[in-house]
Design a protein. Structure first.
Lengths: 908, 358
């Protein structure tokens, strides 16, 4: 499958044309440009039209309006169009209209096609589509050969107002004119590109935009429209490049600034756009959407109101407002917006598609599916509708129907990157195996099915039993889980695009997507538990949970699941409290949507968890469940808190702050401003590295020691200073002193979960001293708080097995498997453990896994498995496996003995 | 722990035919291979380790460890001695311990002298295995093995080896860019292993490390006959290299290949069922040891029965594709059960009352 990408070759032209004639005219056109440019450099008497165009191109819009209006004679009309464009670029739409309208005599639009077309474009921009239509219709009807721009603008407007059939015939006229070799100017080629795009000929559009920008690299409109096309197809990188090319020429080109903001979420680009054009509808719409994403609805609303005042036909804004109304079940309001759209653009599929998308983005997939179906019903050639329908069906677990719709979308719009990506994941899934347990259906690779499933299955069912009982709610099942080996597949399946940031698992209510633990260095069991908790809270509320509460509860339940799971970010909490960085409870969602980096996102999870912990601690767990139930109802946030806690959101937040203050006082450590927060992958699910401590090894020891001693002198509860000093002393092999500082660090903050931690360094000291008991003791302390350490768990498990402490051995073996179930040493250890305690079934499981993991000695692995089967009374399986071992190694006597025993057992 | 040998010195004349047949069966009944690697007890196996010079402490230490480990493992576990193993190392000496292992410098003169010496001692049917450790460079026929002084090309080296046309030869080239150097060494009846598959794989491979690991403690012995063939060592090293890069989360910069049919085309996945692999499977690194001396007539009979059954297993395995799955396993089971019982009886005869467990 190909994505819509740039074409660079001249021979990629989409349609046949008279090359030789075109070349002549193109050369003439280029010659004109060169001549004009040359005259601009050498002739001080350059024309106002030329100067105006230069000023317009470089973003000097105010000056351009003046200069353009100085054009006279044959240049007059073009000058007025230029002035109108410059006025429009600054948001002065009235002037933009009047400057051209005043020159159109007697409303005879056909006599002034360029002026009229410009007038119509501005009218459309301010929501006067009917008037614009009259103007364009008049030009097209009145001229045998209307300008290409007029045809395309007319066709586009007809399409917008729902007259698709006529629109296509008009647009086709522009395309045919190009095919007949009569379109040469870059600006007109870009218009033909737009016509092709509107008619669904995306490949042609791509080639034509390429041609237009090559013909005139300064054609800002072509660059920006081309970028818009890329953006529509979710090809962000090419979109960004095209917008940037426009901005390199004119950093004040508003359409490119807004486009760039859409691609990279750059708020500054929007601010620049609004500084240039305070009335830019696209800029305000984008700003409004960004604010909504950050939970700043009131500010967003102001922007949307301004947009509608400027352009009551703004489809995007009306879609956003309608979506918001529909999401909150304000039906009459939604219908009002719908009627408003119907009045100027009947049966508009994009409006319905946008609403579907909003529902999907808010995890309300059932409703998203309904709206996507309605969009397709409105226009069966609205291909994005099929993508929306397909992707949302998938999130409901309706894979077959979802795939069918994606295929329709792809067949007709193969350049939509999201569609093709999602279909590619189906190709991956076809190679996957499906495993089922009582409440779950899991798609996973063959490798994961063999190795992970034996441990995943009991964990899933345990999570179901524990959490459904605790919350008194049984979700609708079976829950579909998809475990992807490639993070790109995980990302595409989750959001349609291959980059999803640091996330490792996503829950959609009935569907969970996960990254395979094979690609993680984190505790996969905690992640599974966390995601399943989302299933419960999402389904309890009809997927109406706010993200902060859903994440907060999932993190809270991590710790409830296993005492060493969850997050103890004491240092981060103290730091956030000191720096007053804790968000108001009402703003917790913005911690997620506005996170600038992994640390921000990790803290958003942590603070959300703290609020949940606060509720359970202060008001009782049942109040937490009551709060969740509140989100099943559509009501004001204040009302929910009032209902559950009998207090306002502000009062609740104050109580939370007081509780935090007490927590901070209990932690009672000092956080120095020079230390940076620990950072880790997987938004808190992975190891969190203490970069200050790691960097400590790079510093000059003497000066660092001196500095850390001074810090301790300054504040004797400076945890990091003790830790770093201990590390440096350990490095110097001053073990006695190192132990003192590390022990003090541990006593200050025993729950510290970063890496390296005091127990880790202490364990290494004791190892070097040959004090195995003390080493093991420290590793034990380490694993009380750090859940991602495989090696320590193995050491402790081996030690426990040596001591015949089987309960302890089993515990630490399990801890190692939680981190990495793909290493053979842990399974060999568990197999030995199983044999020692006489658990033949467990031994079989482990040898089955070991056979999958073995690469160098399959005969031995098969022999071990056969023996385990034999010991477990499975003579037939034993025989099957031992025959395979002996096929490779016929003279292997241990295997021969097992073969004879299995035959005896088989005959029994 | 006794090793079951398939050859009885006293029966050499008669059994050689059987063994050749067995080898052929393992190799898929390819009659063309019968003259090579017959693995006779009376033949001698020679090993030549060429470890070229290097720069940088890390590489120097790595190559030295590989060369010396290989030397020690061959001497310790595979029946080689100072007469049958030669180490040509860098400039011919090292700091500290280890000098006694080194026979000469790894330069053109040293290599030629060693090959001349070998030529003077080898007999028809002897086996020579040459291990190349160090750096390689260049592309295609210009590929070189870096030695002290002027480097040597594959074509040059192939010319120097031409004199050994009556001996079985194995060349294990573990250097970077080894492919271009190894291709000209290909010849009928010769097993050539290259740690890289193309001249573009120029980084120092880790293949050597795992090839030596395969020999150490006979880790590579997949068929549990207590011997390591070149094919087994190759497969062990290849899968270990893959695992190494996977664990590192890196794309593999080396892909080893093996050629044993003389076509200069290296197979990445040689097996007995493929074009390459049949000869490598019967090219054993160790010297055959006769362990049948003193057996009773019953013992010799049982031993012969075991060898027949083992040979039948090899033949059946080689014809697996010709059978229905069920029929194949039924016949295989019968053979394997018979073999297991015969082995048990043999053990009872040889060591009455002792456990037959290996």
């Amino acid at each position: 499958m190909k994505s819509l990408t740039r074409v660079n070759q001249v021979n990629n032209k989409p349609m046949a044309r008279k090359n030789s004639i075109a070349s002549v005219f193109l050369l003439a056109s280029l010659a004109f440009n060169v001549s004009a440019q040359n005259s601009g450099q050498t002739n001080t008497g350059e024309s106002p039209l030329f100067r105006g165009e230069q000023l317009l191109m470089t973003g000097s819009y105010a000056a351009a309006t003046d200069i353009f209006q100085m054009a006279d004679g044959l240049d007059r009309n073009e000058g007025l169009v230029g002035a109108s464009k410059a006025f429009a670029m600054m948001g002065n739409y009235q002037e933009a209209m009047s400057v051209v309208e005043s020159a159109i005599e007697m409303d005879e639009y056909a006599r002034f096609p360029l002026l009229s077309t410009q007038l119509a474009e501005v009218k459309r921009a301010v929501g006067e589509s009917k008037e614009a239509l009259v103007v364009l219709e008049s030009v097209v009807a009145g001229l045998a050969e209307p300008p290409v721009r007029t045809l395309v603008q007319y066709g586009s407007l007809l399409d917008f107002v729902g007259q698709k059939q006529i629109a296509f015939s008009i647009l086709d006229q522009a395309v045919q004119r190009y095919n007949n070799g009569l379109v040469f100017a870059s600006e007109d080629v870009a218009m033909v590109a737009l016509a092709s795009w509107l008619m669904g000929n995306f490949h042609d559009a791509n080639s034509l935009f390429n041609e237009a920008t090559r013909a005139n690299p300064n054609n800002l409109e072509a660059h920006s429209l081309w970028a818009d096309l890329f953006l529509e197809k979710y090809n962000a990188s090419d979109a960004e490049r095209s917008y940037q090319e426009a901005l390199d020429i004119n950093g004040r080109y508003v359409p490119a600034l807004v486009g760039m903001a859409n691609v990279v979420g750059d708020e500054r680009a929007l601010q620049r756009a609004l500084a240039v054009n305070p009335n830019s509808v696209p800029a305000m719409e984008t700003y409004g959407q960004l604010l909504m994403l950050n939970g700043r609805e009131e500010e967003a609303q102001e922007y949307f109101e301004r947009v509608l005042a400027l352009n009551p036909e703004s489809l995007k804004t009306l879609s956003v407002l309608a979506s918001s109304a529909a999401l909150e079940e304000r039906i009459a309001e939604y219908e009002g917006y719908l009627a408003q759209v119907e009045s100027f653009s009947p049966n508009n599929p994009v409006f319905l598609g946008n609403v579907a998308d909003s529902f999907g983005n808010n995890y309300l997939f059932d409703q998203a599916v309904e709206f996507a179906r309605a969009a397709i019903a409105a226009d069966s050639q609205y291909w994005q509708g099929y993508t929306l329908l397909g992707s949302n069906l998938i999130r409901l677990g309706e894979e077959e129907e979802g795939k069918r719709n994606l295929e329709i979308g792809y067949e007709n719009d193969p350049f939509n990157v999201m569609t093709s990506n999602m279909l590619k994941v189906f190709d991956t899934l076809e190679t996957y195996r499906t495993q089922e347990s009582e409440h779950f259906k899991v798609h996973m690779s063959e490798n994961d099915a063999d190795i992970l499933w034996p441990y995943l299955e009991p964990l899933l069912e345990e999570s179901w039993d524990t959490l459904t009982a605790k919350y008194g709610y049984e979700p609708e099942g079976p829950i579909l889980i998809e475990v992807f080996e490639k993070s790109e597949d995980f990302a595409v399946r989750s959001v349609g695009l291959p980059d999803i940031g640091p996330l490792v698992g996503i829950c959609f209510g009935k569907v969970i997507t996960l990254i395979s633990p094979d690609t993680l260095s984190a505790n996969w069991q905690e992640i599974v538990w966390h995601e399943f908790m989302h299933v419960i809270t999402l389904q309890m509320t009809g997927n109406r949970m706010p993200r902060w509460l859903s994440e907060g509860i999932s993190v809270y339940e991590e710790r409830e699941g296993r005492p060493y799971w969850g997050r103890s970010q004491g240092l981060d909490l103290v730091r956030a409290a000191e720096q007053d960085k804790l968000l108001h409870v009402a703003d917790l969602n913005s911690g997620f949507s506005g996170a600038q980096n992994s640390a921000d996102l990790g803290f958003a999870y942590f603070q959300s968890y703290l609020v949940v912990d606060f509720i359970a601690d202060e008001y009782g767990f049942e109040k937490l469940v009551e709060l969740v139930d509140q989100y099943a109802l559509i009501k004001d946030e204040e009302e929910r808190f009032d209902e559950v806690f009998d207090q306002s959101l502000g009062q609740f937040d104050t109580a939370f702050r007081n509780w935090i203050d007490r927590r901070v006082a209990e932690i009672n450590v000092y956080v120095h401003t020079e230390d940076v927060p620990d950072e880790g992958d997987g938004h808190g699910h992975g190891v969190r590295e203490n970069s200050s401590a790691i960097l400590a090894e790079l510093y000059n020891n003497a000066s660092l020691k001196q500095h850390m001693r001074a810090r301790i002198e300054e504040n004797d509860r400076d945890f990091q200073a003790y830790l770093q000093l201990g590390i440096v002393l350990f490095k110097e092999e001053s073990f006695f002193e190192a132990k003192q500082y590390l022990n003090q660090a541990y006593e200050l903050l025993p729950s510290y979960t970063g890496y390296p931690s005091p127990p880790l360094v202490l364990s290494q000291i004791y190892e070097q001293e040959g004090n195995r008991d003390a080493q093991l003791q420290q590793l034990e302390l380490l694993l009380e708080n750090l859940q991602h350490d495989y090696a320590s768990a193995i050491i402790l498990a081996e030690a426990a097995l040596e001591e015949n402490n089987f309960e302890r051995a089993g515990y630490y073996i399990d801890r190692a498997i939680q981190v990495d179930p793909y290493r053979s040493d842990v399974h060999q250890l568990k197999a030995n453990y199983a044999e020692t305690i006489g658990d033949s079934q467990l031994a079989v499981t482990e040898y089955e896994v070991l056979l999958k993991l073995e690469i160098n000695d399959p005969a031995e692995a098969q022999t071990n498995l056969a023996e385990a089967y034999l010991n477990n009374g499975q003579a037939l399986q034993a025989k099957e496996n031992i025959l395979r071992a002996l096929e490779t190694a016929p003279s292997y006597q241990r295997a021969q003995r097992i073969l004879l025993q299995s035959i005896d057992g088989d005959s029994d | 722990m006794k090793i079951m040998n398939r050859l009885v010195k006293t029966f050499a004349a008669g059994m050689a035919v059987v063994l050749a047949g067995a080898a052929s069966a393992q190799g898929g009944a390819n009659s063309g291979e019968n003259d090579f690697f017959l693995d006779r007890a009376e033949s001698t196996k020679y090993a030549v380790i060429l470890a070229g010079p290097t720069v940088g402490d890390e590489n120097q230490s790595k190559f030295r460890q590989w060369a010396f480990s290989l030397h020690d493992i061959l001497a310790r576990d595979y029946g080689y001695n100072s007469d049958t193993i030669s180490l040509l190392y860098d400039r011919g000496e090292v700091e500290g311990a280890g000098n006694q292992r080194i026979d000469a410098a790894c330069d053109l003169e040293g290599i030629q002298a060693e090959l001349n010496r070998l030529q003077s001692v080898v007999k028809t049917g002897d086996q020579i295995t040459i291990y190349l450790i160090g750096h390689g460079s260049g592309t295609e026929e210009e590929s070189k093995f870096n030695i002290v002084g002027p480097d040597i090309t594959g074509l040059q080296f192939a010319g120097m080896l031409d004199v050994f046309d009556q001996q079985d030869m194995v060349i294990v080239n573990t250097t970077s860019a080894s492919y271009g150097f190894s291709a000209p060494l290909s010849s009928e009846g010769r097993v050539v292993v290259s740690s890289t598959r193309s001249s573009s794989e120029k980084f120092d491979p880790v293949f050597s490390n795992y090839f030596i690991e395969a020999l150490d403690n006979r880790n590579g012995d997949r068929d549990k006959n207590n011997r390591v063939s070149i094919l087994e060592a190759f497969n062990y090293a290849k899968s270990s290299v893959e695992e190494f890069y996977e664990e590192q989360g890196r794309l593999s910069s080396e892909h080893a290949g093996l050629d044993d049919n003389g076509d200069s085309l290296f197979s990445l996945n040689p097996t007995t069922a493929e074009i390459d692999g049949r000869l490598a499977e019967i090219a054993y690194i160790d010297n055959l040891v006769d362990d049948t001396a003193g057996l009773s007539a019953e013992g010799l009979l049982l031993k012969s029965r075991m060898q027949d059954l083992e040979r039948s297993v090899f033949i059946l395995r080689g014809r697996k594709v010709e059978f229905l799955e069920e029929d194949y396993w039924q016949q295989m089971e019968e053979l394997l059960v018979d073999l297991a019982r015969a082995t048990g009886q043999f053990n009872e005869v040889v060591n009455p009352g002792e456990s037959s467990e290996q």
